[in-house]
Design a protein around this ligand. Structure first.
Ligand code: HPA
Ligand code: ZN
Length: 319
């Protein structure tokens, strides 16, 4: 039995497996740039974050209807549950869909239909986190937050993703202030490819409760000290880091160093259809590559529930 865990860093669009992409492409009459699923998998050789994002945004074109989003999320929840995920906090990228004519309501209602039956079907509790694209202007993020207002009952928090370098957190100060006023929880990607200063800004300016990735905090010992002291969780994604060349090989991943330093590290899959594995695969891979023992695996699993947005009473049940 895989260890029970929470997944806190998962882009639902990044769970689009080639088989489902081709099925939806046919159903919706959307052309794909590859002849078949094997050719598509061949294209999954990335040199950095941007080379991945180009393919990731392109492939989303097949997602058109609420049913498409329901099917996507239901397939993810089934796979995640098989690998021991009991709670999932799921990112989605509304701007990427709105830009191609798929309204917020279609996306949220479609995902929501799968999430509504996730406990019963898969034994997985869920939350939705709406991410802003940091390489789009802050005004677009603000408009997206406005468009989400009718759906806030379904949305727990906001996040920040897409191309990091050159797009510092401070750009989104007002958007995050408004999100806080609306009672939304706040997270942001920082320190994946961007410098440690972006991690500081995410904390100080955006008021985030967790940092997504946060890998490059290690370049700044005083930042590490602060993250440890304030017990700020980091949602690490080891297989993603290798595929996007943030680390050379899994054996060189700093996860163990981070645990030893006292950081509240968690292990997640990011975009499992693209990076070679779901949450359990990431656990298995770091266990093998870094020689993690049962105590370290238990710490990672415990951290995942502690770092989640489950209320205390729910969290106790999960743990
Ligand atoms: N980083 C930034 N943006 C993303 C990612 C990521 O790992 N995955 C999907 N959007
Ligand atoms: Zn991510």
């Amino acid at each position: 039995m895989p260890v029970p865990k929470a997944e806190l860093h998962l882009h639902i669009e990044g769970t689009l497996e080639p088989e489902l992409a081709f099925a939806l492409a046919e159903r919706n009459g959307v052309p794909l740039p590859c002849a078949d699923t094997a050719a598509l998998r061949e294209a999954y050789r990335f040199s950095d974050l941007q080379s991945f994002l180009d393919l990731y945004y392109g492939l989303m074109a097949v997602l058109r209807t609420a049913d498409d989003f329901t099917e996507l999320a239901d397939a993810y929840l089934a796979r995640a549950a098989e690998q021991g995920v009991r709670h999932a906090e799921i990112f989605f990228d509304p701007q990427a869909h709105i830009a191609r004519g798929v309204p917020m309501g279609v996306v949220v209602e479609g995902l929501g239909a799968a999430l509504d039956r996730a406990e019963e079907r898969h034994g997985v509790s869920t939350r939705l986190i709406m991410c802003f694209l940091r390489d789009e202007p802050a005004a677009s993020a603000m408009a997206t937050l406005e468009a989400a207002k009718p759906y806030l009952g379904r949305i727990t928090g906001v996040g920040l993703d897409s191309a990091e370098v050159g797009h510092p957190p401070v750009t989104f100060r007002e958007v995050y202030e408004e999100a806080a006023r609306l009672g939304l929880r706040r997270v942001a990607h920082a320190g994946e490819e961007g410098p440690p200063e972006y991690v500081r800004e995410a904390l100080d300016v955006l008021g985030v409760e967790r940092v997504d990735h946060g890998l490059r905090c290690l370049e700044d010992p005083s930042l590490v000290e602060r993250l440890v002291r304030e017990r700020v969780p980091l949602t690490l994604c080891p297989l993603s880091n290798v595929r996007l060349r943030a680390v050379d090989v899994l054996e060189a991943h700093p996860l163990r160093t981070m645990l030893d330093a006292g950081l509240v590290a968690t292990v997640n899959s990011d975009d499992p259809a693209y990076f070679g594995g779901y949450a359990g695969d990431n656990f298995d891979a770091v266990r093998a590559a870094l020689g993690l023992g049962p105590e370290e695996l238990r710490t990672l699993a415990r951290n995942s529930f502690l770092a989640s947005f489950l209320e205390d009473d729910e969290g106790r049940r999960e743990r």
